[in-house]
Design a protein around this ligand. Structure first.
Ligand code: ZN
Length: 203
């Protein structure tokens, strides 16, 4: 009878250990490690980032709720006209990358697109576009910076139309709740985009 508590302890310990490892280990190369034949074409290495709306300078849009506001984990891009005036407007890929998710998640997230970006230093970041009205890309396809990937939506009328954009340095995390005081795994999208824009050099 003494073996059972010991066994339970061992199981508990291994669970805690696994959880700690999850938190410590960066998920860089997660996709590559799943499939050793996965190759990033050189033309899709993400060497620049840009805004997801109002190409190229977010013209006609404003960030109504920035990263960290009310523990927001992303940016909320809205048209200057307010309300649903931006419903159906184009949403663009913020960098070259690989679409890993493109479908409805649930009522509050609506249609979600997730793109993994492979950086020149071989690390990865992931962008997430939520509440889309339409999804115009498919999972497992490559996209280029500035490609239209969807349209701005309102999650079936749940919100006034806007784009919720997240940028994550921990790739492949659960979708989460969009708000959290713990920002581990997340970048400030606008700050990151501003530091990685190369618009004057674009063709
Ligand atoms: Zn949001």
């Amino acid at each position: 009878m003494k073996t059972l508590p010991i066994l339970l302890l061992a199981v508990l310990f291994s669970c805690v250990n696994a959880q700690q490892n999850d938190e410590i280990q960066p998920s860089h190369n997660e996709i590559a490690s799943k499939d050793s034949t996965f190759v990033v074409p050189s033309e899709y290495v993400a060497d620049q980032f840009d805004y997801p709306v109002g190409k190229p300078d977010a013209k006609g849009y404003f960030n109504a709720q920035g990263f960290g506001d009310n523990t927001h984990l992303g940016d909320d891009w809205n048209g200057l006209g307010g309300g649903d005036s931006d419903l159906g407007d184009p949403v663009y890929a913020i960098a070259d990358g690989y679409v890993t998710f493109a479908q409805e998640h649930n009522a509050s997230w609506g249609n979600v697109i997730r793109i993994v970006h492979y950086l020149p230093d071989s690390s990865q970041v992931e962008s997430l576009y939520a509440h889309c009205n339409e999804i115009l890309v498919k999972e497992n396809q490559w996209v280029s910076v500035g490609d239209q990937i969807g349209t701005i939506g309102n999650a079936n009328g749940r919100y006034k139309a806007h784009l919720h954009l997240e940028l994550r340095y921990e790739v492949g995390m659960p979708i989460g709740g969009g708000y959290d005081s713990d920002t581990k795994g997340y970048f400030d999208p606008t700050g990151y985009i501003e530091r990685h824009r190369k618009v004057p050099n674009r063709d």
